[in-house]
Design a protein around this ligand. Sequence first.
Ligand code: COA
Length: 169
Amino acid sequence: MSSVTSQPIIRKAFEGDERGIHEAHMRSIREICSKAHSPEEIKGWGNRPFSNLWSQLIPSGTLWVIELAEEIHGVGYVKISEESGNFNAHIFGLYLTPEVVGQGLGAKLMKLMINTGRDAGAKLVTLDSSINAHDFYKRFGFVDTGPLNFSEIGGSLVRGYPMALKITD
Ligand SMILES: CC(C)(COP(=O)(O)OP(=O)(O)OC[C@H]1O[C@@H](n2cnc3c(N)ncnc32)[C@H](O)[C@@H]1OP(=O)(O)O)[C@@H](O)C(=O)NCCC(=O)NCCS
């Protein structure tokens, strides 16, 4: 059972968090990404229906949430995969609600996810950046690996920058 927190905390996601994660994720897109993305992009991307996505990811152990006053206010997920003996880390998402942005939590989650990739033996961490987070990721050493591209998400075409960070020992 979680305790009531007046300060946001970062913890691993557990069963029961699914709806809170979904709401925080969608709100982050609608209320923060909307500052840099068009209404057409936000329409499908930020209004997706609840699905079993998060319940499938919780057992991975590489999904974190930000909890504030018993509510989920942020999510970060890094997928570790292996191909021919090489490990890869891909940051699938880092989304905070307006209530918890600007407090250093995004940076803490980034460090957690990068270190998780390093600990797993990944030599590269990849991600697709939203327009608004592009400069945020550059601060961690991520560089563009291709031109601005479009992904179909929730029926919207969403712009993103493919980026990567080389892990050095
Ligand atoms: C991008 C995001 C995760 C940043 O999280 P945050 O908790 O507000 O960031 P932090 O407070 O940890 O900021 C750490 C540093 O990065 C800077 N920073 C924060 N957001 C930034 C941005 N969008 N661009 C450039 N710098 C940024 C901060 O000023 C801070 O600098 P400092 O260390 O010199 O004080 C958050 O704004 C967010 O959830 N955005 C909407 C969702 C999104 O676009 N996610 C990326 C999807 S790919």
